[in-house]
Write a new protein. Structure first.
Length: 161
């Protein structure tokens, strides 16, 4: 089963210059908790935004570059169909970005985990929020991040039957 994990600002921004535009410790902790021990699918730019591969996760990087020099232990795939094949099991596999990957994969995902960041940010990468209409809100909880003071809402959406 494919699921999306993303944090989205009020104005739909998810990043700028291949980076997050905020540092919200509670959301990073949630991301870690949810993805630990799982497979995570991402585009090349998202992967290159990490200082190093995230520990205890299987990284799958989708790139058009046929000769992409991925570090040991990182799987490289070149077609959306290859990424979709990971959704053919009961195991939850997380799609974690970026914007182009979300736009191509959201129609094939069963679940969305969206952390809504209740603030507008300037950015160059957006989440396809119009696609959320294809899902039903199943869970929602508000929290304030102590360090940033930003209100966030952790949500889980399930695809409509």
């Amino acid at each position: 089963m494919l699921s999306i994990m993303v944090a989205v600002a009020h104005n739909g921004v998810i990043g700028k210059d291949n980076q997050l535009v905020w540092k919200i410790k509670k959301d990073l902790k949630y991301f870690r908790q949810m993805t630990l021990g799982k497979k995570i699918i991402m585009g090349r730019k998202t992967f290159e935004g990490f200082p190093k591969p995230l520990p205890d996760r299987k990284h799958i990087v989708l790139t058009r570059a046929q000769d992409y020099p991925a570090p040991e232990g990182v799987e490289v795939i070149h077609r959306i169909e290859d990424a979709l094949a990971y959704g053919q099991t009961d195991e939850e596999v997380f799609v974690i970005g970026g914007g182009e990957i979300f736009a191509k994969m959201i129609d094939h995902c069963q679940r969305l985990y969206i952390t809504w960041v209740h603030k507008d940010f300037e950015g160059d990468t957006y989440f396809p929020v119009e696609k959320i209409d294809d899902f039903i809100l199943a869970e929602s909880r508000d929290e304030v991040d102590e360090e940033s003071g930003i209100l966030i809402t952790f949500t889980r959406y399930e695809r409509k039957a």
